[in-house]
Ligand binder design. Structure first.
Ligand SMILES: OC[C@H]1NNC[C@@H](O)[C@@H]1O
Ligand SMILES: [Ca+2]
Length: 449
C-alpha cells in the first residue's frame, strides 16, 4: 500500500528560526548598546567554556550571503529577532539609525528573494541600560517596550507581515529570575512571577501599540513542553498539573484568557503576587496567532524536595544531546497542538521553533555533514504537524530551529541545533543532510517526508 501522500496547506510557511544574540556577533557595532547577554556571557563562569556572542556566526557582517543561502534552501520564510539595543542603545529615547538600517536592509533582501520575514521584537537580549533600571522587575518596562516596538513598526510594518512580541517569556522568567542560569542571573522566587507578569504586560502594551499603527499580524511565541504524569498517583497528578500551569499555561492564559492558572498559588506560595484587573486587561489584547516552540515532553513525578515546583522530570529513553536529555517524542507535538485547538478555541498557530541538538559527527571536511538523527527528528515532527492539521488544528507554518549551529545561551557553542554546520574558527557554513532533507520537504510541500 503506497504511503498516503502528505500535503500541507497551500500557503504554508516553511522557514528556519534564529535570534539576534545567537547568530549576529558584533554586539556593540555601529552604535549598538550592550545587552544583558553581552554582560552575562562576559561574566566568568556563566557560559560554558567562556563562550560569548562577540562573533558567533558573524551574521551581522555576512547577512547578504546568509540570505542567499536561505534562498538556496528554498525557504519561503525566515524567523529572526531584532536586537533592541541596536535600535535603542539605552533601551528608550535615542534611536540608533545604523541599527534600524541593518534590519531594514535584511528585510528588503529577504523579500527580494521571496522570503517572508517573521520578526521577533524581544528574544532575551534586553538592553543592559534597562536592566540597570530594574529591567523586567520594573513595571515601566511595558512602556519602554511599547516605545521600542513603535519605532520598529513604523519603519518596517509596510514590509513585515508577521510580528512576534516576545520569544518564550517562560525561559526569561524561569532562567533569568527563578534559577539564575540565564541573564540577568537572579535566583529569587519573589522576582520570577513579577518578571513574568511584566513580560506579559509588555507583550500587551506592544500589541496595543501595534493596533494603532500596524496593518499585519502580531502574536506571542511560547515554549510548550507537554507534561505527562509518571504515575496515576495523586501526588504525581498534582505535580503534573503544577508543572503544566507553571510552564505551559502561565503565559498563554493571561494572553488568551486574561487570567492566571490557579495552580500558580501552589507553585509560588506566599510569593504569589496579586495583580490589578487592569493589568490583565492590558495583557489580554487580541492576537492574530500563537507561536509554539516545541522540542520535547516531560514525564513528571512528585518530589517534595524539588524547588520550587516540588516535581522532577523522569529521564526517558532516546533523547537528544541536551544535558537534561530532551526525549525525542513527536507524539507530544500532536498532543500539544490538539490541546491548544481544544483549550483555546483553535487559534491560528505557527510552529515557530522545532529542532534538536545531537552529537554531530566529528567535523569532516566535505560538501555535506551527515546528521541522520536530525533528519529522523525533523521527519517525525513535521509529520506530527501534518497529523494535527488533519485533525483540525489551524497550523499555518513551521520553522526549524535552527538555520545555523549558533550560541546556545549558557551552553555556549557546545550544542549544535543547525541544519547548517558552523565552523566557529573559519565561519564556514556547511550544509548537513538535514538541510537537504528540509529543502526537499519544502519543495514538495510535505510530500517528500
Ligand atoms: O534551546 C534551543 C532554542 N530554544 N528556544 C529558544 C532558542 O533561543 C534556543 O536556542
Ligand atoms: Ca565569558
Amino acid at each position: 500500500m503506497t504511503k498516503p501522500s502528505i500535503h500541507f496547506p497551500k500557503d504554508f510557511l516553511w522557514g528556519c528560526a534564529t535570534s539576534a544574540y545567537q547568530i549576529e556577533g558584533s554586539p556593540l557595532a555601529d552604535g549598538a548598546g550592550p545587552s544583558v547577554w553581552h554582560r552575562f556571557s562576559h561574566t566568568p563562569g556563566r557560559v560554558q567554556d567562556g563562550d560569548t556572542g562577540d562573533v558567533t556566526c558573524d551574521h551581522y557582517r555576512r547577512w547578504e550571503s546568509d540570505v542567499d543561502l536561505m534562498q538556496s534552501l528554498g525557504l519561503n520564510s525566515y524567523r529572526f529577532s531584532i536586537a533592541w539595543g541596536r535600535v535603542l542603545p539605552e533601551g528608550t529615547g535615542r534611536v540608533n539609525a545604523a541599527g534600524l538600517d541593518f534590519y531594514e536592509r535584511l528585510v528588503d533582501r529577504l523579500l527580494s528573494r521571496g522570503i517572508q520575514p517573521m520578526v521577533t521584537l524581544f528574544h532575551w537580549d534586553l538592553p543592559a541600560a534597562l536592566d540597570d533600571r530594574g529591567g523586567w522587575l520594573n513595571r515601566d518596562i511595558a512602556h519602554w517596550f511599547a516605545e521600542y516596538a513603535n519605532v520598529v513598526f513604523r519603519r518596517l510594518d509596510d514590509r513585515v507581515k508577521y510580528w512576534t512580541t516576545l520569544n518564550e517569556p517562560w525561559v526569561v522568567a524561569d532562567g533569568g529570575y527563578m534559577h539564575g542560569v540565564l541573564a540577568p542571573g537572579h535566583r529569587n522566587i519573589f522576582e520570577a512571577p513579577r518578571a513574568a507578569h511584566h513580560l506579559m504586560m509588555a507583550h500587551g502594551a506592544a500589541v496595543q501599540a501595534y493596533r494603532a499603527v500596524g496593518r499585519n499580524q502580531i502574536g506571542l511565541v511560547v515554549n510548550i513542553e507537554p507534561k505527562y504524569p509518571a504515575s496515576q498517583s495523586d501526588a504525581d497528578l498534582a505535580a503534573t498539573r503544577r508543572a503544566e500551569a507553571y510552564m505551559n499555561r502561565q503565559y498563554l492564559e493571561p494572553a488568551l484568557l486574561g487570567s492566571y492558572p490557579e495552580e500558580l498559588h501552589e507553585v509560588f506560595g506566599d510569593a504569589c503576587p496579586k495583580w490589578p484587573e487592569a493589568d490583565l486587561k492590558l495583557i489580554k489584547q487580541p492576537i492574530d496567532y500563537v507561536g509554539v516552540n516545541y522540542y520535547t515532553r516531560a514525564v513528571v513525578r512528585s518530589d517534595p524536595t524539588a524547588w520550587p515546583l516540588k516535581s522532577t522530570t523522569v529521564k526517558q529513553k532516546q533523547h537528544t544531546h541536551m544535558e537534561t536529555g530532551w526525549e525525542v517524542f513527536p507524539q507530544g507535538l500532536v498532543d500539544t497542538l490538539l490541546w491548544i485547538r481544544d483549550k483555546y478555541g483553535n487559534p491560528p498557530v505557527y510552529i515557530t521553533e522545532n529542532g534538536a541538538c545531537f552529537f554531530d559527527p566529528p567535523q569532516v571536511e566535505g560538501p555535506v555533514l551527515e546528521d541522520p538523527l536530525r533528519v529522523d527528528y525533523l521527519r517525525k515532527h513535521i509529520t506530527a504537524v501534518h497529523t494535527a492539521i488533519q485533525r483540525g488544528a489551524d497550523i499555518r507554518g513551521y520553522f526549524a530551529w535552527s538555520l545555523f549551529d549558533n550560541f546556545e545561551w549558557a551552553f555556549g557553542f557546545s550544542k549544535r541545533f543547525g541544519l547548517v554546520h558552523m565552523n566557529y574558527e573559519t565561519l564556514k557554513r556547511t550544509l548537513k543532510t538535514s538541510a537537504h532533507f528540509y529543502s526537499k520537504v519544502i519543495a514538495t510541500n510535505g510530500a517528500a517526508l
